[in-house]
Design a protein around this ligand. Structure first.
Ligand SMILES: Cc1cc2nc3c(=O)[nH]c(=O)nc-3n(C[C@H](O)[C@H](O)[C@H](O)COP(=O)(O)O)c2cc1C
Length: 211
């Protein structure tokens, strides 16, 4: 074969390889952008859902909700939490009766009670970080629920002593577990539009700005 032919073939192969690499990179970029849009849309689409279809939540989805919860950041990576998965109808009914603000639990197939575990919480003035840790886990659960076509609502317990005592009694919680909330979950019954909460006046850039 002539030297010029070998050179041309080599150049052609190099060109094809370059085009392929470029296409893959562009494809990956587009995919990354798509994923970030999916994540952002999921956050913006989340809204509290309080009415559910008469349909149970699959075990695999429950595990995914828990995995999402446990993926949350925590102060000093303490993970000071315990999640109580409630699927028994009579317990859901009791949770609803124990807290009128969680009445929707009576007609839900699932609730996850996010508890702070005081045996794992930090000491001293960092102690209350458990609330932020468990709140981060709770929001993760809400977002995961939205992402899987489920609807969920956070019903608060802590810091209300009355609500904490009521939830603790229903579930037989030891003193070391404090229920932060009961996340009531199910397949949404009907459409609910997320609220638009964007408000420029809630933002300051760099220094605080009153306007
Ligand atoms: C700390 C906390 C406590 C809440 N407690 C309750 C509750 O007891 N019952 C309820 O129906 N919703 C409760 N919610 C849900 C809020 O009412 C809801 O997030 C708020 O109205 C904004 O609506 P959205 O979630 O659809 O954006 C609670 C939310 C948070 C963050």
């Amino acid at each position: 074969m002539k030297t010029s032919t070998i050179l041309n073939v080599t150049l052609a192969i190099a060109l094809v390889f370059l085009c392929y690499k470029l296409a893959v990179t562009e494809g990956e970029k587009a995919q990354k952008q798509e994923i970030s849009e999916v994540v952002l849309n999921n956050i913006l689409e989340r809204t509290s859902i309080r009415s559910y279809q008469d349909q149970s939540v699959e075990e695999e989805k429950i595990e995914k909700l828990l995995r999402a919860g446990m993926a949350a950041p925590t102060a000093k990576n303490k993970q000071p939490w315990h999640f109580i998965v409630v699927t028994e109808k009579d317990l859901l009914q009791k949770l609803a009766e124990a807290n009128p603000h969680a009445a929707m639990a009576a007609k839900a197939p699932l609730a996850i009670v996010v508890c702070g575990d005081m045996t794992k919480a930090l000491d001293g003035d960092a102690h209350e970080f458990w609330v932020q840790d468990c709140s981060a886990a709770s929001e993760n659960i809400l977002l995961a629920a939205t992402g899987m076509g489920l609807g969920a609502v956070w019903t608060g317990a802590y810091p209300s002593e009355e609500r904490c005592a009521a939830v603790s009694e229903v579930l037989g919680l030891p003193e070391t577990l404090i229920p932060l909330n009961t996340i009531v979950i199910g397949y949404p019954d009907g459409e609910v539009t997320p609220k638009d909460k964007w408000q420029e006046s809630n933002i300051s850039y760099n220094m605080y700005n009153e306007e």
